[in-house]
Design a protein around this ligand. Structure first.
Ligand code: 5GP
Ligand code: ZN
Length: 117
């Protein structure tokens, strides 16, 4: 798996930086966000590094399938599919992307605000 030495989420995949795992496959890793924005807030990442969703779609489109299948499995194994959840991915400055390893926030566990709710 291609990784970036200085990338925080590559270090999390390697176990160099500790994290609270909630789901894992051979390709995808999911863990609790350190600053949760909802009762349930997880980050789904591919074990192979890309920097954002557009890079992933261009360079490794199969990763999108890996990630969304993992989200499907996880949300069906927990109560999140039934109660409802949101998937968010930030790209660059105006969206507030702070970690440049493609990641998908999965939020739920309470009524989420915004987006017409
Ligand atoms: P972004 O702002 O790039 O979309 O999301 C990065 C997310 O990573 C943020 O929600 C932030 O709380 C989370 N985060 C940053 N550093 C760490 C860390 O060391 N461990 C974990 N578990 N989450 C982190
Ligand atoms: Zn990385």
């Amino acid at each position: 798996m291609e990784q970036e030495k200085s990338c925080l989420f590559c270090k999390i995949v390697n176990g160099e930086v500790p994290s609270e795992k909630v789901f894992e496959t051979s390709k995808v890793y999911a863990f609790k966000d350190i600053y949760p924005q909802a009762v349930e807030h997880y980050l789904f990442i591919h074990k192979e590094h890309t920097k954002n969703i557009n890079s992933m779609a261009a360079q490794k489109p199969e990763h999108l399938e890996d990630i969304f299948k993992a989200i499907k499995e996880f949300t069906q194994q927990t109560y999140l599919e039934t109660s409802g959840f949101r998937v968010v991915t930030n790209v660059n400055k105006n969206a507030g992307q702070t970690v440049f390893h493609t990641h998908f926030h999965v939020l739920g566990g309470e009524q989420l605000k915004g987006f017409g709710v």
